[in-house]
Structure formats: C-alpha cells, structure tokens
Design a protein around this ligand. Structure first.
Ligand code: ADP
Ligand code: MG
Length: 472
C-alpha cells in the first residue's frame, strides 16, 4: 500500500521458521518486506547451539535476497541493499541475519560508515518498437480485453490505465487484487462476465498479472487457442511464462501505459481518436449534422446530443449528399433563433464529395458552419499514398483504382479557402484540438477542418449479420 518495505523482527530458529509463511506470502505477492532474524552465535555454529538453523539458506527460497553482515561495519550497507532489493524491480521479501555475537559486540562509532537510504526505484520503460507493435496488435483486435492485475495497483497506474481503457473504449477485467484500480462499477468492467470475456478475447493485455492458476495459465479451454497476449511486467523472467506472448513490454506499468497512450495518439488517428477530441469541445446545444459510412456510424455512438431535433443525418432513406444542405438549413434556423448556436457538420471524405461545392453557398451567406471532413482516402476504407503508389501501380496503363478508394491526401480544406472561409489540414490530435477550438471560437466565418485518419481504420466488428428474410 505504501510502496515501502514493512520490517519484521523475529527470534532465531523456530521464530524464523514461523515467519517463513508470511515471508513467502509477501514474496509471492511481490510485497516489499525486510525480515531481520536473530541467530545463534557464530562461534557456536555447527556445535548444536541454542535454536541453531542455517537461516540465510533457509530464507533464500522465500526471498529475493538473504545475507548476513560479515561485521558490524557491514550492517549499514547490507540493510541498504536489503531495503533496495525489496523495492527495486519486482518487489519482494529480503532477509538479514543478525548473529547474537554481533548484537552484543561493542565498536567505536567512528568506525561505522553510515549509508544513505537508496533512491526511489528507477522507472523503467518499454522498448519503443515493442510499444508500436503492441499498439498495432491492439488496434487490429476484434475482441480486445485488458486484464488489470495487482502489478497495476502497485505501479499506481490507475490514471493512465483508466485513460487507456476510456480513450480506446476497451473492456477490462480486474484480478482479485487488481480490483479498484478502475472502479468495479465502471461501464467497461466485464467482471460479471469473466469466463465469457476470457474465452472470447482475441487480444489480451496483461497489466501486471501472471498467467498462473488465477488466470488458468492462459491456456484453452479458458482462453482461445489463438489468443494474442500483450504482457506488461516489470519482471523480465515473467514474460513468456506458460504462453508465447505476441508482444512483451518490460517496464513499469504506469510508464508503459503512458507510452502506449502516446503511441495511440500518434499518427495516423482513427475514428475514435478524432471523435473523442471533437466530443470534448462540442457545445452542448450545437446542431450535429453527419453523413458518411464509418464516419456516420461511429459518430452516432460517440458524438452526443443533448437536445431534441439537433441531430440530422442520412435519415430514413439513407440519403447521402444531404449533409451540407442540412447544415445550411440548420445554420439559417440558428441564425434566426439563437445566433450563438453552432452547427457542426461531420462528413466522411466520400460523403463530402457528393455536394462539396455547397461550400460556396455557405460562404456566400457567410454561415459560420464548422465542417469536419474525416478523411480516410475512401469509402469505408482507403489506402495510404505509399500503398496507392506501390500496390496499385499508379501511373501504369493498367492502373485501376479499387472501387471504394479515393485519391489519397486530398486537400478538401482548399475548397473552403477557395471561397474565403478558413481551411485547416490536420494530422495530429493536437492540431485537431487547436483548429477545432479556433473554429468554434470564430462565429464570423465558416471553416473546414480536413482530418487525416488511418485509411484502414474501421469500426468495431459486429456480432451479427444483416437480418434476412430467412432468419426472421
Ligand atoms: P494478480 O494476482 O493480480 O493476477 P500477479 O501477482 O499474478 O497479479 O502479478 C503481478 C505482476 O505485476 C508480477 O508479475 C509483478 O512482476 C508485476 N509488477 C509488480 N509491480 C509492477 C510495476 N510497478 N510495473 C509492472 N509490473 C509490476
Ligand atoms: Mg471515407
């Protein structure tokens, strides 16, 4: 609970043996503990001394470090080493043996060199390439699951882990002592469906939880045979126990989670990152117009409405190309009713293509609409510029663009600047935040923010297919 070692003093022989279960318990649980045991006089060792026991050897199995100072002068440095070992790396129990003759010995104080207590444990971080790999495995997961173990609690990673869970909308399962890192009543907690969550997950991130009996060794039938584990642990020897992990992240959970968050926020963004940042800034009373494929589908779940009749999208007839017209209508209504009220029009790049030149109308009437084009170079999914060039032999006479892809990196914002509005091209969450807040603050001009996202980004897979007459 404090990250600092507890200290336990015991008498020799049976006293120490009685402490062994507690010591083993602390050591197995990765709890920092310093046990100091009295022991028989050194000169009587092997002679059958009172409560004689090879104590340093006895404790070795239940501790990370077990030693006896060779002299009084050695006590400070041995204690320092024991305290340090109990906290550094994977925390655990340490034993220091104090023979009776050392307890009674008299020395000159000036012969003792005091040793300062160790510094707080250094924070270790995972390899950058492993962090990227973990992010990509997680991004491609269909049924991801976060397991929060007690290691996450020790690392005081609650804030970082919670951010990851919420920003990536990941379900999580706490282990018994991982409970409370994120509250059990959090909507993403799947504790009530533990077996099912373990059984169906295709990618599992282990935040400081060993694949021991508590987690059924990470093996079938409790887990899918093809489940990919991303293991985060401070102890290298733990990585790879019982399963072959897809990615290992060696380091402190708090630090590694922050690395993971930074990489998640790195480029290119996906729909969820974009909508997360948009949602954060949207005024509660704004009109939200949206159309597109993934843009509209995902936007429906993430972008919130608080007022009736303030959401306009492709509607009953699934009509695309209506977005800018709807936004213009909403802006005209707002102008009459409440001039401060904003209209946000969230378009996919293909949806914008249907009636993008309505931007001219918007500028002609100077309606301060904020247009967001969520640009993935295509309909549903597109390709990045490099893939486009290489795989598709762009420029080749035989070149045929895949039917759902659009030209990569189109600068739609220039449609807005062409007519005198403000245009922004953004690739990072920071740029998006900045341009969106500028656009929202400016009620004198329309603006268009062209937001580049991962061309292959998609929504979460659905658990069912279209309803057909045959399955009614
Ligand atoms: P649980 O019982 O919750 O499943 P375990 O005891 O099996 O948890 O696993 C806890 C893991 O957490 C251990 O493997 C330990 O090495 C690791 N650990 C402890 N502290 C940290 C930390 N600060 N950062 C990363 N891993 C940690
Ligand atoms: Mg698109």
């Amino acid at each position: 609970m404090s990250k600092r070692p507890g200290v336990c003093l015991v008498t020799s022989g049976p006293g120490l043996i009685n402490a062994l279960s507690g010591m083993a318990n602390a050591n197995m649980n990765c709890w920092p503990l310093l046990v100091i045991g009295g022991s028989c006089e050194r000169s009587q060792e092997t002679m059958g001394a009172f409560q004689e026991l090879p104590q340093v050897e006895t404790c070795r199995l239940y501790s990370k470090f077990s030693a006896r100072p060779s002299s009084i002068q050695a006590i400070p440095s041995i204690i320092e080493k024991a305290v340090r070992s109990s906290m550094y790396g994977r925390p655990g129990a340490c034993y220091v043996d104090m023979p009776a003759d050392i307890v009674d010995l008299k020395v000159n104080v000036s012969s003792i060199k005091y040793v300062e207590c160790c510094m707080p444990p250094p924070v270790s971080m995972a390899e950058g390439s492993a962090v990227c790999m973990a992010a990509s495995v997680l991004r491609n997961a269909k049924q991801p699951l976060i397991i929060i173990g007690k290691g996450a609690a020790y690392a005081r990673a609650e804030e970082a882990v919670r951010k990851l869970v919420e920003q990536c909308k990941l379900p999580f399962l706490p282990t018994p002592m991982g409970k409370g890192v994120i509250p059990d009543n959090h909507p993403n907690c799947v504790g009530a469906a533990r077996s099912r969550a373990l059984q169906l997950a295709d990618v599992i991130v282990l935040f400081g939880a060993r694949l021991n009996w508590i987690l059924h060794f990470g093996l079938p039938p409790r887990f899918r045979p093809d489940v990919k584990f991303i293991q985060v642990d401070i102890c290298a020897e733990e990585l790879g126990n019982n399963v072959r992990p897809a990615v290992t992240l060696l380091g402190d959970i708090n630090a590694v989670t922050k690395q993971e968050l930074a990489s998640k926020n790195s480029l290119p963004m996906n729909y969820f990152t974009v909508f997360y940042h948009v949602q954060e800034q949207l005024p509660k009373d704004c009109f939200v117009v949206s159309e597109g494929a993934n843009t509209m589908d995902i936007g429906r779940t993430v972008l919130q409405n608080y007022l009736p009749r303030h959401r306009l999208d492709a509607g009953t007839f699934g009509t695309m190309g209506v977005g800018l017209g709807f936004a213009i209508a909403a802006a005209v209504v707002a102008k009459d009713r409440n001039p401060g009220q904003r209209v946000i029009c969230v378009e996919g790049d293909s949806a914008f293509g249907f009636s993008g030149l309505e931007v001219e109308t918007i500028c002609r009437y100077n309606l301060p609409i904020v247009l967001l084009v969520v640009n993935n170079n295509g309909i549903y999914q597109g390709f990045n510029a490099d893939t486009w060039k290489e795989m598709l032999k762009f420029g080749d006479a035989t070149f045929v663009a895949p039917p759902l892809s659009l030209l990569p990196n189109a600068h739609y914002e220039q449609v807005m600047t062409a007519f005198g509005g403000k245009g922004y091209f953004v690739q990072t969450p920071e740029e998006l935040q900045k341009c969106l807040s500028q656009s929202l603050a400016d009620t004198t001009k329309p603006s268009l923010i062209n937001i580049m996202i991962e061309p292959q980004a998609t929504r979460k897979p659905q658990e069912f297919h279209w309803l057909t007459r045959s399955n009614i």
